[in-house]
Design a protein. Sequence first.
Length: 407
Amino acid sequence: MLSKRTIQIIKSTAPVLAERGTEITTHFYKRMFSNHPELLNIFNHANQEKGRQPTALANTLYTAASHIDELEKLIPAVKQIGHKHRSLGIKKEHYPIVGENLLAAMKEVLGNAITDEVLKAWEEAYGVIAKVFIDVEQEMYDEVDNKEGGWKDFKPFVVVDKVKESDVITSFYLKPKDDDILPEFLPGQYITVRVKVDGEQYLLNRQYSLSDASGKGYFRISVKREAEPNKPNGKVSNFLHDQINVGDELEISSPAGDFTLDVKKDSPVIFISGGVGVTPMMSMLNAVALENPNRSVTFIHAAKNEAVHAFQHEVEELMEKLSNGQTFICYEKPQNMGSGDHIGYISKDVLEKFITDEADYYICGPVPFMQAMIESLQELGVRQESIHYEFFGPALTLEQMKEAVIV
């Protein structure tokens, strides 16, 4: 229990964290990795470079300071972050390292503006906040360890098939090296892939959505080759595309994540995806086709053109298994006249045709795409609780992700 004085002090720091939180957390990560470079084997380097991880931590600190006297309100956010921590292998013993470097970063960034009393209060508060995370994450570790076929940390899998889905997306079918059974997972969850890339000093971790239904005897991930003009090539995605073939091994963690579909619900479901954001939707669509084929399903997908449109034939086959399914395909610049259902972006006018009372809307894609879809649905009167979305990367809200992209 924190004293009233400590709570008062922590709450008083919320405005400072709102203004300078990202500055503090950016310095924190640089400091921590300098002191503990071994942690670079755990954290996603790309999220650091893009500013997403510091932004996510800054938001967590601000929220914790604002609700330090009612930490139960943090539990939904803690669980979302906890899934990512558990998937990456972050453990109880890492939290003291974080606390030490975070408090030092506060002092180094804020200087004389932060007093010893405030630092002492934050030291006490961090202990309480860290325990909330540790307890939630320990439950998650215990759950996967006790689940049939589940495991803690990372486990070697063998690539049993490699399938090109489009010019930029390739699927990898994975089975355990020890031939053990696979744990059940929820449609929309992801796994972490850990690889050692030649020329890289540290292990690299990336989280990829599972793109097929559970219970098929394999995990499937579908990876986009990140190779855009004026941007560095994705180290892991290009490694997987170019270096990993059938028979090779990959280390992966147990499925995690809370961006999931309740397959048993009878309410209409509308999937809205852009580009590689289609991958969690494929898991959801496969699951519905297997377990609830009478459910009303609308599958809306946007791609630049036919060449980069993944899973087109698989979606068509799945739609034949549904009694009430429809697709709507948008191409920004189609290669052939008459391809798709719409030329250009998915606009509010397009979405309006598919608005259905009591429907659930699942959205995934690039940040600008998701921003446009979410705002359009809100303008069309869709309730916030019916809109489900997740960004690839750290746990961020829409506004925070926009800020991270700007950074």
